[in-house]
Ligand binder design. Structure first.
Ligand SMILES: [Zn+2]
Ligand SMILES: [Zn+2]
Length: 94
């Protein structure tokens, strides 16, 4: 009896979950403050359980997934273009 192959839906869901939304043209200071106060990642607009990465320059909040992705690609803050700090990414608590 041939084994039924179930489509790998999980992979697709995971990919779309972690796909970055396109960088907006500009982000206002109000938006940065709003996202930080509500603990919402500025990049993927998802709730952040705890503070993962805050830009030292403009205080924009990013979840660790987005912070890692951005640091590996454009490596600059979406708001102020400040480069991400590797050290904070590896140990955001310190
Ligand atoms: Zn995010
Ligand atoms: Zn910034």
């Amino acid at each position: 009896m041939p084994k039924e192959k179930t489509p790998k839906l999980e992979v697709k869901i995971e990919e779309s979950l972690f796909r970055l939304t396109k960088r907006p043209e500009n982000i206002t200071e109000e938006e940065v403050t709003f996202h930080r106060e509500k603990m919402i990642c500025l990049a993927c607009k998802k709730g952040v359980a705890r503070i993962n990465y805050i830009c030292p320059e403009c205080k924009a909040l990013y979840c660790i997934n987005c912070a890692e992705k951005i640091s590996k690609s454009e490596n600059k803050c979406w708001v102020c273009n400040e480069p991400f700090e590797e050290q904070k990414l590896n140990d955001p608590e310190s």
